[in-house]
Unconditional design. Structure first.
Lengths: 284, 793, 160
C-alpha cells in the first residue's frame, strides 16, 4: 500500500525539532532510520500529518567514550555500531547483539535510538540496555532527563517518553573487567524477529557471580529482567543445582505472551532453554 | 516421429540438446532491463485500487461512494453492479469432473461478500496512492452473516450453507473404487491408518499479479499487458466476458516475475481493470500489492487426508485407501476449477506401486476463505506425502528397510506401458533405475551409522525418502474435454530473415524457468543455426502461434516438440534452395553453424545468410516453378497418452533440535527422470527451486485464520517463506526415459521437486524422532508441533 | 494531495531534480519519476529485498526510504552499476550459473552480493547465505545464487 499523505520537514537543529514536535503533538512522528516507521506508514497502520526528519541532527550521532560510560547518540546507525571498535571494546554485549538485527540493508539505515524508542517486544537492543543498566537520555521542551533502562519500557510499544520528547542518547556503562556476558536468540530464519531472546551481563569474581542481570526479550510486551532468577544466582557459583533453581524461578519471573507461532508454554520453555544454554557453560 | 530423411533431432550434429548453455533472456534481467507489466507506462494511464471486504461473510447494507468519487485525482468509482453490466459473471466448473457445481461469480462482489479480501469497489485515480486515499472515503456497512470456515464441519447438518440454492457446501465429490479394499485389509498382516494435514498456502510470486488494460476506442481493440502464463486462454476469457471478439484482444506478457500456477487463473480484480479500461477508453493499471496478494491470490493445499495401507509381512502392498477433504473458497475458480487438487490426489495416490486394491474419496467443500486453485505440483505433494508416509510407516511396522519395501512394490522398469492403480495409462518410467541412482548418491550406510552414534549423544538426525510419479505434458483430457478454453497444443513459427537469422515465435511462455532457452536450443539443433542468431518471441497473442502457454510442466515437451518440427521444416526448405543454387541433391547437404555444408565431409558450401539474401532479393535467380518458403509453422500435442508421467525419488537428511523443535535440513537429494534433458543446469535448478517450495510447505508456510475467517499473517514478516540461510545444498541426479510420443522425447520437469520434498522431509523427521515414539503428520512442521509431540511442552 | 517537495539528487551519476509528494518512497521515485524500472517492488514492508538500492554508498531498502531523504545524496541502481561495469564479473557468473530465473529478485540480489563482496572478499557459503538471507527468491532455491557469488569471489582472489 502507499502511505496516507503527510507533510515533511527536516529541522536543522534539535531545538527546531522539539519545537515542531510540541506544536504538532499527536499528529507528528519522528523519522530517524524509518525501518520500523515506514512499514507502518506503508500499511496505513499509522497516518501522521507531519513527519519530522531528524537525520540532519549530526550532533545526535556517534559513539563516544565519556569516562566510565559510552554515549551512543540516538541517531547512530546500527551498521556504525556493528563496526565500531569502541563498542567492541567497551560494550561487547551490544556488539554481540548487532548481527542479529534484521539484515544489512536495514542496519544501514536503522538507528540505535529508533530501536529504543519503538520498543518492539522482540527487539534486541532494549533488552541489552536493560541488562547493562544503561541510562536513556531524553530531551523535551522542558529540558533533559535521564531514565534508567529498566524504567523506560512500560508496555507494548509504550515507553516513558512524554509528548514532545525524543531520545537523544543512551549511556552504557563501560564493561568492567571480569565481566561474563551472553547474548542469544531463537528465530526460525536468520534475521527474523526472535521467538525468544536473552541478554545477560554479570561480574564474576573467582567463579562467584555478582550483579547479574538476566534480561529476556520476545517473551512479553517489554524486555523483562528475571529478578528472581538473578537473585538465586547472585553471590553464588553457577552449578547444576543453582541453574535448575534459576530455571524454575523463571516460572514466577516471567509472564509470557503467546504469539502466532508460540504458545505461552513454548515461550516459557524457550526462556528456560536459553538460560540453560547460555549459563550452562558457566557451571563450575 | 523422425523428421525429414528419417533422421531424429537426436542425430543432429553440433546439438544443443543436453547442453547447459546460458539463457538468452537472462542477460537483460541481470542488467535490470526486464520488462514486467508494472514497467508499462502508457499515455493517460490511470491506476485502480480496490476496496476489499474486511469480513468473511456479510451482506453489504450500505455503500456510499460519493465522497470517494469527489476525492482529489479520482476519475471514476465503480461498484460490482456497474461493472457487471460490462463484464459478465463466470462459473468455474469443468464438465468432466462430473457433478461439480459452483454458482456464477460476479467480477466484484454484489450485495454480499463471501471471503475476507473479496473486491467490492474499484477506485480509479491518477496514482495508486490517490486511489487508496479515496478508498478511505467510501462508506460501507456490513451485516455479518454466520460463517463456514472449517472444512471438517462444513458438511455438518448444522453448518452454515454459503450458497442458498444448494442444500450443502459440497462443490464436488469424486470416488474411485478398484478391486476389493475391504477384503484386502482383512487379509493384510499389518494395517496402518493415519491422518495427514496440509497448511493452506499461497504462491508469493515476487512479482505480484499485474495488469495494464488498454482499450483503444479508435481500433475497438483491447490490449492487455499481463503477468500471466496462458495468454491465449486469457484472450478467450476476456473476449467472452467483455463481449469482444478474440482477435480484438491482444495479450502481451513479456517478463513474468514468477507464476507457479497462480497466474493461470481468472481474477475479478483483473477483469474489473479490463472492464474499466473499456468503459473509460483509457489505459488502466492494476498491481496487486503484497498485502492484497495474501488475500486475493489463489490459495492451495488446504487438505486433511485419512490414509490407510495394508501390507503383507513380506512387504507387499495389498491395499491403499484415502479419504481426502479440502476446503476451497466460496467459488470454484475459473476456468480450471478448484477440483484439480482432489482429482490429482485420487489419480496419483499409490502412484509408483503395483497393487490391486485402491479406494479413494475426495470431497471439495465451499468455505468463506479465499478461493483455492492450481499452484505448483497441484495435489501431488499431498498424494505423495500420504503414500510415502504410509509406506515408511508400514515398512517400519514390519521391520523392513523402506527403500527395500519400495523396490519390492515399484512397477518394474521393463513393465510398460502400464496403468496407475487409478487406471491412468503410463508410457514408461524408471522407478528402479532412479532408486538405484539415489542410493549411489546418498551415503546411506554412513548416515545410518552416524545416526546411531549421535542418538547416544542426544542428537537426533533422520533420513527419509519419497518416490513419486508426476503429471506433465497434459493433453486435451486435462481441460479441453471439460469445456475450458485452454489449448493443449502448442505451435512454433520460424522465419528466416535476409541475414540468416531466425525469428521464432512460440506459444509457450516464459516465467523464468527457461522456456525461451529450450526453444532456442531446440531450434538451433534442428536447423543448424547458432543460438546467437536466433531470437525467440513468446507471450504475445498477436505474434505467436495459438497455444496453451506454460503450466503443468508442459512447455518443453509440447512447445519444444513443435519447435523441433518447425525447425526440420525450415531446414528442409533452406536446403531445397541450397540444392538449387549449389546444383546438388538437398539430401547430400546439411546446415551446421550457420553454413550449408556437404553432409559427407562437412565442407562449407555457402552461408545460410546468403540463402536469405537470394530468396528475398534475388528471386529472379531461382527457377520459375519453384517458390521458396522461408517461414514454417508447426504444431504439436501428445495424442497417445493423456499425460506424460515422469518419476522422481527424493531423500532428505535432517537434524531435529529436541530442545527447541527447530529442524535443520542437512542435505537433500533428488533424482529426476523427465525424459530428454535439453539444458541440464536449467532442469537441476528447476528441481532445486521446486524442492525449496516444497520445503516451504513442509516447514514454514501456512495461512493462519481465526474462527472469523480473518487472515492473521498476511504479510511477509508473518507468513514464512524459505530464505537462503536455512536451506541445504540440493544434489540432483538424472535418469532419462524418453517419451516416444515426440521426437524430442522430453517430458516436463518443473514441478516434481515441489511434489516430492515435503514427503521426504516428513519421513526424515519421523525417522529422527523414532526414539520418542511419535509421528508428525500435520504440515507445516513447526517447532511448536515438534515440542508438543515429544512432550517437552 | 500534500505540498510537493523538491528532491535534488545524483542518480547513477546524473543530477536529477523533481518535485514529489513527501510520501513517495525512493524505489517508487526511481521507477516512476525517473523511469528506471530495474529496481523492483515486492512487499513495501522491507522484508523481501527486491527494492535494494544504494543510497550514499550503502545498500538500503528502497521501499523504506523516502525519496526526499535522498536529497543532496547519491543513488545507484542496478542500471548504473551495470553500465559502469562494476558488477560485470558478478553478472557473468550469474549468467553462466543460471543464478536468475524470473529476474524479480535479481537486481536486489546483485546489489546485495556487490555489497557483500566489498565487505568480505572471501565469504564462505554459510556467510553468503546469511548475507543474502534478507533477499527473497521464489524460483532458484538460492543455491545457484550462492554458487555464482562464491565463484565471483574466488575469481577476484585469483583462484578461479
Amino acid at each position: 500500500m502507499k502511505p496516507a499523505a503527510f507533510s515533511y520537514v527536516k529541522p536543522a537543529t534539535l531545538g527546531d525539532a522539539l519545537g515542531l514536535l510540541s506544536t504538532h503533538t499527536g499528529d507528528a512522528q519522528i523519522l530517524a532510520g524509518g525501518q520500523s516507521l515506514v512499514p507502518t506508514l506503508n500499511m496505513r497502520l499509522s497516518a501522521p500529518d507531519l513527519l519530522i526528519d531528524i537525520n540532519g541532527l549530526e550532533e545526535l550521532s556517534g559513539v563516544k567514550l565519556e569516562g566510565n560510560h559510552i554515549k551512543i547518540g540516538a541517531l547512530t546507525r546500527h551498521v556504525e555500531i556493528e563496526k565500531s571498535s569502541v563498542i567492541a571494546e567497551h560494550c561487547p554485549l551490544i556488539a554481540l547483539a548487532m548481527p542479529h538485527i534484521a539484515h544489512p540493508a536495514i542496519r544501514n539505515r536503522g538507528t540505535f535510538g529508533g530501536s529504543i524508542a519503538l520498543a518492539d517486544p522482540a527487539a534486541e537492543l532494549p533488552a541489552c540496555i536493560c541488562a547493562l543498566e544503561a541510562k536513556i537520555e531524553v530531551v523535551g521542551k522542558g529540558g533533559e532527563r535521564k531514565i534508567a533502562a529498566k524504567d523506560f519500557f512500560k508496555d507494548l510499544y509504550e515507553t516513558d517518553l512524554k509528548d514532545g520528547e525524543i531520545v537523544t542518547a543512551v549511556e552504557v556503562p563501560v564493561v568492567k573487567p571480569k565481566t561474563k556476558l551472553a547474548f542469544d536468540e531463537l528465530s526460525r530464519r536468520h534475521g527474523d524477529y526472535a521467538m525468544a531472546g536473552l541478554a545477560i551481563n554479570a561480574e564474576m569474581d573467582d567463579k562467584k557471580i555478582e550483579n547479574i542481570n538476566i534480561c529476556f526479550f520476545a517473551i512479553s510486551a517489554t524486555p523483562v529482567l528475571a529478578e528472581g532468577a538473578a537473585h538465586i544466582l547472585n553471590n553464588g557459583i553457577v552449578d547444576d543445582v543453582s541453574l535448575k533453581k534459576a530455571m524454575e524461578q523463571l516460572e514466577s519471573d516471567l509472564d509470557p505472551l503467546p504469539d502466532l507461532y508460540a504458545s505461552r508454554a513454548l515461550k516459557m520453555h524457550y526462556a528456560k532453554e536459553l538460560l540453560k544454554r547460555n549459563i550452562g557453560n558457566w557451571v563450575s | 516421429m523422425a523428421g525429414s530423411n528419417g533422421l531424429s533431432i537426436h542425430d543432429r550434429p553440433n546439438s544443443y540438446i543436453g547442453r547447459s548453455v546460458p539463457r538468452p533472456n537472462l542477460s537483460r534481467l541481470l542488467k535490470g532491463r526486464g520488462f514486467y507489466s508494472d514497467d508499462v507506462k502508457l499515455p493517460r494511464m490511470l491506476h485502480v485500487a480496490f476496496l476489499r471486504s474486511s469480513l468473511a461473510h456479510a451482506d453489504i447494507i450500505k455503500l456510499e461512494i460519493g465522497k470517494a468519487s469527489a476525492a482529489s485525482g479520482v476519475v471514476a468509482v465503480f461498484t460490482g453492479k456497474e461493472l457487471s453490466e460490462v463484464c459478465s459473471p463466470w462459473v468455474g466448473v469443468v464438465t468432466h469432473l462430473e457433478g461439480m457445481r459452483s454458482p456464477p461469480q460476479d467480477v466484484l462482489a454484489v450485495d454480499r461478500v463471501r471471503w475476507q479480501g473479496e473486491p467490492v469497489v474499484a477506485v480509479v485515480a491518477q496514482t495508486r496512492a490517490l486511489a487508496e486515499d479515496a478508498i478511505e472515503l467510501i462508506e460501507v456497512e456490513y451485516k455479518e452473516l454466520p460463517l463456514a470456515v472449517n472444512m471438517k464441519t462444513a458438511l455438518d447438518a448444522d453448518a452454515e450453507v454459503i450458497h442458498k440454492d444448494y442444500e450443502n457446501n459440497l462443490c464436488w465429490e469424486r470416488n474411485v473404487n478398484v478391486g476389493e479394499v475391504k477384503s484386502a485389509f482383512a487379509e493384510a498382516d499389518v494395517v496402518i491408518e493415519e491422518e495427514f494435514q496440509f497448511g493452506r498456502h499461497t504462491g508469493v510470486t515476487l512479482e505480484s499479479r499485474s495488469i495494464v488494460a488498454d482499450y483503444d476506442p479508435g481500433e475497438e481493440m483491447l490490449t492487455l499487458y499481463q503477468s500471466t502464463q496462458a495468454p491465449h486462454m486469457k484472450q478467450a476469457l476476456f473476449a467472452k466476458h467483455l463481449k469482444l471478439e478474440e482477435h480484438k484482444i491482444r495479450i502481451i506478457c513479456r517478463d513474468v516475475g514468477g507464476a507457479f500456477g497462480l497466474k493461470a487463473h481468472a481474477y475479478g480484480d483483473e477483469f474489473a481493470t479490463a472492464a474499466i479500461s473499456k468503459i473509460l477508453g483509457r489505459p488502466v493499471k492494476f498491481v496487486a500489492d503484497r498485502m492484497e496478494s495474501f488475500l486475493a491470490d489463489i490459495h492451495a493445499r488446504d487438505h486433511v487426508v485419512k490414509g490407510k495401507i495394508g501390507v503383507s509381512k513380506a512387504g507387499k502392498i495389498l491395499a491403499i485407501e484415502i479419504d481426502d477433504l479440502t476446503g476451497i473458497g466460496p467459488y470454484s475458480v475459473y476456468p480450471r476449477s478448484s477440483g484439480m487438487e482432489v482429482n490429482q490426489i485420487c489419480n496419483l495416490t499409490g502412484g509408483p506401486y503395483k497393487f490391486d486394491n485402491y479406494k479413494a474419496r475426495g470431497r471439495v467443500v465451499f468455505l468463506n476463505k479465499p478461493p483455492m486453485c492450481q499452484y505448483r505440483a497441484v495435489g501431488h505433494p499431498i498424494a505423495i506425502t500420504v503414500t510415502e508416509g504410509l509406506v515408511e510407516m508400514a515398512a517400519s511396522a514390519i521391520g523392513m528397510e523402506s527403500i527395500e519395501m519400495r523396490k519390492l512394490n515399484m512397477v518394474a522398469d521393463d513393465d510398460y506401458p502400464n496403468k496407475t492403480v487409478s487406471g491412468i495409462p503410463v508410457e514408461n518410467l524408471s522407478h528402479q533405475a532412479s532408486t538405484d541412482k539415489i542410493m549411489e548418491m546418498v551415503n546411506y550406510g554412513e548416515i545410518r551409522d552416524e545416526q546411531k552414534k549421535l542418538r547416544k549423544e542426544g542428537i537426533y538426525r533422520g533420513v527419509g525418502f519419497a518416490a513419486l510419479i508426476e503429471v506433465t505434458n497434459p493433453g486435451p483430457a486435462f481441460y479441453g474435454v471439460g469445456g475450458a478454453p485452454i489449448s493443449a497444443q502448442d505451435g512454433c513459427s520460424i522465419k528466416l530473415d535476409a541475414k540468416g537469422n531466425l525469428i521464432v515465435g512460440t506459444s509457450i511462455t516464459e516465467q523464468g524457468q527457461g522456456a525461451e532457452s529450450v526453444i532456442s536450443q531446440v531450434v538451433a539443433t534442428a536447423v543448424g543455426i547458432t543460438p546467437d542468431k536466433i531470437k525467440v518471441i513468446s507471450g504475445d497473442t498477436e505474434n505467436t502461434p495459438y497455444g496453451g502457454g506454460t503450466w503443468a510442466s508442459r512447455g518443453t515437451g509440447i512447445g519444444g516438440e513443435a519447435a523441433a518440427k518447425a525447425g526440420k521444416v525450415i531446414r528442409d526448405n533452406i536446403l531445397d534452395v541450397a540444392g538449387i543454387l549449389l546444383q546438388n541433391e538437398p539430401s547430400t547437404l546439411d546446415i551446421q553453424n550457420n553454413q550449408v555444408v556437404n553432409k559427407l565431409d562437412g565442407v562449407e558450401r555457402m552461408s545460410v545468410a546468403e540463402i536469405g539474401r537470394v530468396v528475398y532479393y534475388r528471386g529472379d535467380t531461382l527457377p520459375k516453378d519453384f517458390q521458396a518458403e522461408m517461414m514454417a509453422v508447426q504444431h504439436y500435442f501428445p495424442k497417445s497418452f493423456p499425460f506424460a508421467f515422469t518419476n522422481s525419488v527424493h531423500c532428505s537428511h535432517l537434524e531435529v533440535d529436541v530442545n527447541t523443535g527447530f529442524i535443520k535440513l542437512l542435505k537433500h537429494w533428488a533424482v529426476e527422470d523427465c525424459g530428454t534433458v535439453i539444458n541440464p543446469q536449467n532442469v537441476e535448478d528447476q528441481v532445486r527451486g521446486g524442492v525449496v517450495q516444497g520445503i516451504g510447505g513442509a516447514l514454514y508456510e501456512e495461512c493462519i485464520y481465526n474462527d472469523q475467517g480473518q487472515l492473521l499473517n498476511g504479510n511477509l514478516a508473518d507468513y514464512l517463506v524459505p530464505m537462503s540461510a536455512e536451506l541445504p545444498d540440493i544434489v540432483v541426479g538424472h535418469v532419462e526415459s524418453k517419451t516416444f510420443e515426440s521426437d524430442l522425447g522430453a517430458k516436463g520437469a518443473g514441478e516434481a521437486g515441489t511434489a516430492g520434498a515435503p514427503a521426504a522431509i516428513m519421513n526424515a523427521l519421523n525417522d529422527a524422532l523414532i526414539p520418542f515414539d511419535v509421528r508428525l503428520t500435520r504440515q507445516p512442521f513447526t517447532p511448536q508441533k515438534v515440542l508438543e509431540a515429544i512432550g517437552k511442552i | 494531495m500534500s505540498k510537493l517537495v523538491q528532491v535534488t539528487t545524483s542518480v547513477n551519476g546524473e543530477n536529477v531534480s523533481r518535485g514529489v509528494e513527501p510520501r513517495t518512497n525512493l524505489v517508487d521515485f526511481v521507477r516512476y519519476d525517473l523511469e528506471l524500472t530495474g529496481s523492483h517492488v515486492g512487499c513495501e514492508h522491507g522484508v523481501c529485498g527486491a527494492c535494494t538500492i544504494r543510497l550514499n554508498g550503502n545498500i538500503v531498502r528502497g521501499c523504506l526510504v523516502l525519496a526526499i531523504q535522498a536529497d543532496g545524496g547519491t543513488v545507484e541502481t542496478i542500471e548504473g552499476l551495470s553500465e559502469s561495469g562494476k558488477i560485470s564479473d558478478l553478472q557473468d557468473s550469474f549468467l553462466s550459473r543460471n543464478a536468475g530465473q524470473c529476474g524479480s529478485c535479481t537486481p536486489g540480489m546483485l546489489l546485495t552480493a556487490d555489497a557483500l563482496l566489498e565487505e568480505n572478499k572471501e565469504p564462505t557459503r554459510k556467510e553468503i547465505r546469511e548475507y543474502i538471507s534478507g533477499n527473497y527468491c521464489r524460483c532458484t532455491g538460492y543455491e545457484a545464487i550462492v554458487d555464482a557469488i562464491e565463484t565471483t569471489s574466488k575469481k577476484r582472489q585469483g583462484e578461479g
